[in-house]
Structure formats: C-alpha cells, structure tokens
Ligand binder design. Structure first.
Ligand SMILES: *Cc1c(COP(=O)(O)O)cnc(C)c1O
Length: 424
C-alpha cells in the first residue's frame, strides 16, 4: 500500500508541481492528488488501496472503460510485432480509411500524437492556405497548449487576446481574437472590422472545457456562414466531441460542415493518438505534397493505431451510444430533481454520456462568464464528499465528466443518488 502524500512529495522533487499535466495537481479542489495503480471497466484502483468508480475516464479517452479485453489484446498482439518503425504500416491506411468514411467532412486525415498537435497543425493549414494570420476562438474553449491558443479574452473583443501563459509572445496572442461562446454577434462584429485578416474560426462544437456548454440552436450553422462571408476556414475541434456522442463527428449531428476537424481522445483507444483532417484542397497543402510543413517521429504509431482501430470496431459492433445517453439523462434528471427540492444551487448539465455538476443556481450555463459564476468551493466540497463515497470526478468545476460503455445502470443511478445526498 502506498501513501499518496508521500508519493506526491517525492514527485514534487523531480516533476514540476509533482504532475505531468496541471489539472492532476488538484489545485481546483484542494487535497492530495490521486495515484492510480490499475483500472478495469468503470473502476480504478488507487495506489492507497481504494477502489473508485471513475467518471473522468482519462478525460473521455476511455469510452469503452479501462483495460477493455479486446483493446488490450490488440495492443498486446501489435506490441509483439514491433511498436514503431518510422516507416508506413498497413494499419494506418486502414485507420485513415475508416475515419474518412465515418466523418463526412474528412477527405484526408493525418495522424498525430496529441490534440495539441492536431490543433496546431489545423491552424497552420488555415494560415497557409489563406495567407492570413489571425484566428477567432471562443472564451472557455480549450484547444491544447500551442502558443496561439493560450489566449484569453482581452478588454474588448476587437483588441485581440491577452496571453494566458508566460512565455507566449504578446504579438502571438494579439493575433487571436477571443469571442464569448454562443455569441454570434461578437463574431460578426469582429468580421466586419477584421474579416480580411481572419484565417480561421476555431470552436469546440459542444464546449467541454468550461464544464459542459451546449451550442445554442443555429450557432454552429451561423459560424459556418460567418466564416464563408470573410473567407476564413471553419475548424471544429472535436478532440472531445468526435465519436463521443455518435459513431462519427458532432458536425454530422449538427448538420454543419467545417473545413477542418481535429479528433483525439476516443479515437486513440487510450494511447497517444489524434488526427487533423478535412477537405483535400486544404489537406493536400501539407508536406510532402504541399508547402505547409508538419511531421512526427511517432505519428501513426502502430500501437496507438491498433488501439484506435479496435476501439472503433467495438464501438460500431456494440453501439453503446443510446445506452450511455439514456444513463446520462436519467442521472441528470435524478440530480436535478433532488437539487431543486433542496433549493437548487446545483445543476447537472448533461448531453448523452457527458455531464458537469455546475454549482450554480443560474442554469443553463451558456458561456464562460456564466461558468465562472459557479461556486468553486462548493464544487470542491462536492468533489471530496463524492471521493469519500467512492467516485472519481474531474478535479475541477470547469471540466466534464464521462459515462463510459462500461458503467452499469446500478453504478450510475447509485452515483446520482449519492450526488443528491452529498449536496447538503
Ligand atoms: C483535450 C483537448 C485538446 C488537447 O488534446 P491533448 O491530447 O491533451 O493535447 C484539444 N482540444 C480539445 C477540445 C480538448 O478537449
């Protein structure tokens, strides 16, 4: 049995802040970060001996649950045959064919190792093909940690963004405009002033990085028209959305065609894999055919492709989407009914198997400004109360929880009841 506090203090001596990704440090909820030894299905086993029902699921990557037998077997079989060659493999062709046939706006797709890389490449393509440099993003949408995306809203929409990290040059940030999510008027005002300079509008179609925030009816279609009006590319960052709500993109569900799309999380089956794709006219501008450079030693990594292919195969065969949606709906109904009876202050936002327990009486949350009005201390208390009861939630108010295909109805309904009880 391992003491988490001891492990974390050792970690802090050799890893910055003790973690390899900031949110794992529990700064949003306080307390000692968790260490996990193993996981199976919906459960994770912590190094200190606790077993928890996992509603974070590696930020959605583990849609089939942890250590799915068939995915593990596929990885094992592939590993025995070599894990990387720096040479093409047959399966990466198969995987790209699968993605292109399943996602409507994909004619070409390139595999990379992380969502950050996929977005960075999408932005470079947009700048390369338009010859413009400015980007419109939305406040509260996260697109990985490349320089132009580490930008938050400035004093006014038209002034360009402010750096949200040291080390990002001011001039890079000023090329990114930040509009409020769900605010088409702000986008159109920007386009009236600066339309000729905009290379791309990038959005998470369903926002999952300020808590769950749904696009209002027509918002995404209007973005398509706004992008067309000024000649900018429309990029849907579907690193969370893709293959999460259906066996395709959210773009397909919304009936909107972006020019470029980024995928990650689910499609990697728990290994480092992401993708950027879109229309051939844009994608073929990438090297070696075109003049926009992009590369990767481990891109299209055989192990990751094996996990991704098997995950897609199981998703298609088992079609867990209706069941995850139903469980999500019933969970949210139970929580919201109980919260209303207790005088609100808590609202479960939910879409299919994705949810956020917003500690606010002010629902629905439609943008970052509203999300920020949540009581983060109340969320921290709720998080720890639920941790005590055996549940692992995202350790921050501004993230989304996930129900996987491995969660049972009994587990989800017990969780809903425990949320209701813990919300005192
Ligand atoms: C997670 C995420 C990313 C970044 O992906 P990484 O693999 O962590 O680099 C980008 N965009 C969205 C919408 C994400 O949720």
């Amino acid at each position: 049995m391992i003491n988490h506090e001891e492990l974390f203090s050792r970690a802090c001596r050799v890893i910055p802040g003790g973690v390899n990704s900031p949110v794992r440090a529990f700064n949003g909820v306080g307390g000692t970060p968790l260490y996990v030894e193993s996981g199976k299905g919906s459960k994770i086993h912590a190094a200190d001996g606790r077993t928890l029902t996992d509603f974070c699921c590696s930020w959605g990557a583990m849609i089939l649950g942890h250590a799915h037998d068939e995915v593990v077997a596929a990885i094992r079989a592939r590993a025995a045959k070599g894990t990387t060659f720096g040479i093409n493999t047959p399966d990466e062709v198969l995987f790209a064919e699968r993605l292109c046939s399943l996602v409507p706006c994909l004619e070409r797709v390139r595999l990379v190792n992380s969502g950050t890389e996929a977005v960075m490449t999408a932005l470079r393509i947009a700048r390369g093909v338009t010859g413009r440099k400015r980007i419109i993003k939305f406040d509260g949408c996260y697109h990985g940690h490349s320089d132009s995306m580490l930008v938050s809203a400035g004093s006014g929409v038209l002034t360009g963004g402010m750096v949200s990290s040291l080390g990002v040059p001011r001039h890079v940030a000023s090329d990114t405009f930040v509009a409020p999510y769900n605010d088409i008027n702000a986008v159109n005002a920007l386009i009236r002033e600066k339309g000729a300079e905009i290379a791309a509008i990038i959005v998470e179609p369903v926002a999952g990085n300020m808590g769950l925030v749904m696009p209002e009816p027509g918002f995404l279609a209007k973005l398509r028209r706004s992008a067309d009006r000024c000649g900018a590319l429309l990029i849907f960052d579907e690193v969370i959305n893709g293959f999460r709500f259906n066996f395709s993109s959210y773009a397909k569900l919304a009936g909107v065609n972006p020019d470029l799309i980024t995928l990650g999380k689910v499609i990697g089956g728990g290994l480092p894999l992401a993708a950027v794709g879109g229309a051939a006219v844009f994608m073929d501008e990438l090297a070696p055919h075109g003049k926009i450079y992009q590369a990767g030693t481990l891109s299209g990594n055989p192990l990751a492709v094996a996990a991704g292919l098997k995950t897609l195969e199981v998703l298609e065969r088992d079609d867990p989407y209706p069941r995850m949606a139903q469980l999500g709906r019933r969970m949210a109904e139970t929580v919201n009914k109980a919260a209303a009876a207790k005088g609100a202050g808590l609202h479960c936002a939910q879409h299919n198997g994705v949810f956020t327990l917003f500690c606010t009486g002010d629902a629905p949350v439609r943008n970052l400004a509203a999300a920020k009005r949540c009581d983060t201390q109340a969320y921290a208390r709720l998080f720890h109360a639920l941790l005590k009861r055996g549940y692992y939630l995202p350790p921050s108010q501004f993230e989304v929880g996930f129900i996987s295909a491995a969660h049972s109805e009994a587990e989800v309904m017990a969780f809903a009841q425990d949320v209701a009880d813990a919300w005192a």
